[in-house]
Design a protein around this ligand. Structure first.
Ligand SMILES: [Zn+2]
Length: 489
């Protein structure tokens, strides 16, 4: 059983793992995830490279979850000739539709913008075409086979595949993949066991090898109760300041966690009932899927849904649909919470809210997700005195609160807990920065496991005597991207 990673190898985005199996019927090729590289320009440039395999040679594609860095190159795969099945869970299929259509729209908008700029400089030949368009997404959606069910085994290209709950976002799965002589686990992205909405990941059975994500293998998250207290405190201080409270949030998972948390805090009297404006049509579309698949969520949310209550709707919620309505919010008087995308403030409706309010000392900006250092959010967190917003310099006079505990990713202790039941497998590390993975290797050793970093684009024998390890060649170190801080979260 061989693995070749063409993304999320020594970096956190672009997840794309090719498994090659030698079976009685011949060689089989199964692709696990087909995500977009996100972050620094040189990394995003990799999205335009040819695939290092023929798309039509794949026997099957399996998706672990619907984040853009795990599904975002799927329409490109289809554009380049893939016509086979794409297996996933039903919630992943539903969310993938929202994520991919939004991605196609951004691709096309980005292309038009770049073209306009390049024309003025006489360099239109240099502009790369969009990776894909809406038509490609529709062709891709037609290939989705949302038949994977947690705990049930499906035969995929001579492999027995059993998805289990990963607890990361709605529908997320880790995969048990079995041949007659080996058991492999592909972790996908694993959840924070203190997650606001998702059930904990299912512990895996004993396996020969585990391909493990390591996004936060070097840190431990703050306990959930402490995060709630911190968030409530920031909200109370902000409400006292009397201005607008801006919460940049990604449309999938983070928006729902924040809505649910706001409702809970308001109902418990921890935070006053002030108006909440949800200024993200994509987040509202995604929230619909949380209703559809409410059985997947933690007990209080599930029970609320069963009793006909809407756990994602604080009593003061106003949904903002059109951009004209969004603009009108600038003239709204009095304190209010405004949630808008995108979460790193690099685009989307949050930008005009920032332009109108960031310069006022009465405004509060509450940051609930990771901000890459090069993003607008990152610069604000680092204390920039002014930032450029929609062509204007704007002073940063708002109060900035950063709440780190809402992460949807497993931390080091969660990863070790996941491996605990896997019976000392060989652990292959992916989906992490090289420095983080390197620091996790001795931790694995302390727990009696052998680990290796999966090198970028090189083939490794997952069940062989063990890869030599060390610094892999062809290293791509991404210090800026975070997998879920994109338009898709
Ligand atoms: Zn993810």
């Amino acid at each position: 059983m061989h693995l070749q990673s063409f993304g999320a190898a020594c970096t956190v985005t672009g997840s794309m793992h090719l498994l090659t199996l030698n079976t009685a019927g011949g060689e089989r090729h199964v692709l696990v995830d087909c995500g977009l590289f996100q972050g620094a320009d040189e990394l995003e440039a990799r999205n335009h490279e040819p695939f290092p395999f023929e798309a039509q040679d794949l026997d099957a594609v399996i998706l672990t979850h619907a984040h853009l860095d795990h599904v975002g190159r799927l329409p490109l795969l289809v554009r380049r000739g893939y016509r086979g099945a794409v297996y996933c869970t039903a919630p992943t299929a539903a969310l993938a539709e929202t994520v991919l259509l939004d991605s196609a729209r951004l691709q096309v908008e980005g292309y038009r913008q770049a073209l306009r700029r390049a024309r003025r400089q006489g360099r239109e030949d240099e502009v790369l075409p969009p990776l894909y368009e809406e038509d490609d997404v529709h062709r891709t959606l037609a290939l989705l086979r949302p038949h994977l069910e947690f705990g049930k085994t499906t035969k995929v290209a001579d492999l027995k595949v059993t998805p289990e709950r990963a607890g990361h976002i709605l529908g997320s799965a880790w995969l048990l993949m079995e041949t007659p002589d080996a058991r492999l686990i592909m972790s996908g992205d694993l959840g924070n066991r203190e997650s606001g909405l998702q059930l904990d990941f299912t512990p895996p059975p004993a396996a020969d090898a585990v391909v493990l994500e390591t996004t936060y293998a070097n840190r431990t998250h703050r306990p959930w109760a402490q995060t709630l207290e911190e968030f409530a405190g920031a909200l109370r201080t902000s409400i006292r300041a009397g201005g607008k409270i801006l919460i940049p949030s990604f449309a999938i998972e983070r928006a729902q966690v924040i809505l649910y948390t706001l409702k809970d805090l308001m109902n418990r009297g921890e935070v006053p009932h002030i108006p909440v404006f949800m200024d993200s049509p994509m987040a509202m579309r995604a929230t619909y899927e949380y209703f559809e698949f409410g059985d997947e969520l933690i007990t209080p949310v599930r029970e609320a849904l069963q009793s006909g209550e809407d756990p994602f709707r604080p009593s003061t919620l106003h949904v903002v649909n059109t951009s004209a309505e969004s603009q009108r919010l600038n003239r709204y008087d009095g304190p209010a919470i405004i949630m808008a995308g995108n979460g790193m403030m690099t685009g989307g409706r949050i930008q005009h809210h920032l332009k109108h309010h960031l310069w006022k000392p009465s405004t509060s900006l509450i940051i609930v997700s990771y901000q890459s250092p090069s993003s607008l959010g990152g610069r604000i967190v680092e204390g920039a005195e002014t930032v450029r917003l929609m062509g204007e310099e704007v002073a940063v006079r708002a109060q900035v609160h950063t709440i780190g505990g809402f992460s949807a990713h497993a931390d080091r202790d969660d990863l070790l807990a996941f491996l605990d039941t896997a019976g000392k497998p060989h652990v292959w590390l992916v989906h992490g920065e090289t420095s983080v993975m390197s620091s996790f290797l001795p931790v694995l050793e302390q727990h009696g496991m052998k680990g290796d970093i999966v090198p970028d684009r090189q083939k490794v024998d997952l069940l062989g005597p063990g890869f030599a390890g060390g610094q892999p060649p062809g290293l791509v170190v991404d210090t800026q991207a975070d997998p879920h801080q994109t338009t898709a979260e």
